[in-house]
Design a protein around this ligand. Structure first.
Ligand code: NAD
Length: 265
């Protein structure tokens, strides 16, 4: 087997595959032989990734899905399984920064929006994917959490975001226990700052200008490279967790942050 065939014959579903970390994973998994189904609420971007995969000689499909809507997630998984016959790999990655604000300024709607996409969306993704993985005799689920839900709590204003990201880690651990006997592995990746568009859409309270996430790090604050990570580096980690090379790894969160969280946590 050559390295390019590590995921030959596998079908991967990626939520939020049209941009950023999901896009990096879609391209990486496709490069290594997987058929990729992208469930994204922005199909225009996901269709560009599909074209890129096809130009590499791979196969991909896009199903417009809002991960916070149960009927859409159920339909997206069904469409993926019907189109390609099965699902082996699930990358529950779609997410938003949402509103960052002091606790008293954070409205209930702000809280609900962040939690409904990041945490409820992850729950729905797993809920509707697992029957297909079980039918297939097992599989690998990877969840995109964040250093913010686990190690870094120095960004004041990120209460909703960090709560959603910590909840994803708890969900990962519970489901790894529950689904192990079905030969389904569940792991989480916890990125530090990664160079994507997510911060462009962040709604930061005017009183919290100082909490804006930095993509470039002041010298020495990110020990390894001194700058944000790339979607390609995240794709490599997702590839590892999706492949049989991680066959004994489940219930684990892996930090991909250049050791940033060890000094900022
Ligand atoms: P991004 O904005 O580049 O991509 C997010 C993708 O998710 C987009 O394609 C978007 O259309 C899709 N999406 C958003 N809401 C959706 C919904 N309700 N239903 C379906 N699709 C939806 O952002 P990114 O940085 O690649 O973020 C991906 C994940 O990584 C998120 O869960 C985020 O919290 C996490 N993360 C990012 C960073 C970072 O620095 N970029 C750090 C830690 C964790």
């Amino acid at each position: 087997m050559t390295i390019e065939q590590r995921l030959q014959g596998k079908v991967a579903v990626i939520t939020g595959g049209g941009s950023g970390i999901g896009k990096g994973a879609a391209l990486k998994l496709a490069k290594h032989g997987a058929v990729v189904c992208m469930l994204d609420r922005t199909p225009e971007n996901a269709n560009k990734v599909k074209k890129q995969i096809e130009s590499m000689g791979g196969r991909a499909e896009v199903f417009e899905t809002d991960v916070s809507v149960p009927e859409m997630v159920e339909k997206g998984m069904r469409q993926a399984a019907e189109k390609f016959g099965k699902i082996d790999i699930v990358f529950a990655n779609a997410g938003i920064n949402g509103k960052w604000a002091a606790l008293e300024e954070l409205s209930v709607d702000d809280w609900d929006q962040t939690l409904s996409i990041n945490l409820r969306g992850t729950f729905l993704t797993l809920k509707y994917a697992v029957p297909y993985l079980k039918k297939n005799g097992g599989g690998s689920i990877i969840i995109t959490s964040s250093v913010n839900g686990n190690r870094i709590f120095s960004n004041t204003g990120a209460t909703a975001y960090s709560s959603s990201k910590a909840g994803q880690v708890a969900m990962m651990k519970m489901t790894a226990l529950e689904l192990g006997p079905s030969r389904i592995r569940v792991n989480a990746i916890c990125p530090g700052a990664i160079d994507t568009n997510i911060n462009d859409n962040t709604d930061i309270s005017p009183t919290l200008d100082d909490v804006k996430m930095e993509v470039e790090f002041p010298e020495g604050s990110q020990p390894l490279e001194g700058h944000a990570g790339s979607i390609e580096q995240c794709g490599d980690l997702v590839l590892f967790l999706a492949s049989d090379e991680s066959s004994h790894i489940s219930g684990t969160e892996i930090y991909i942050d250049g050791a940033e969280s060890l000094i900022r946590g």
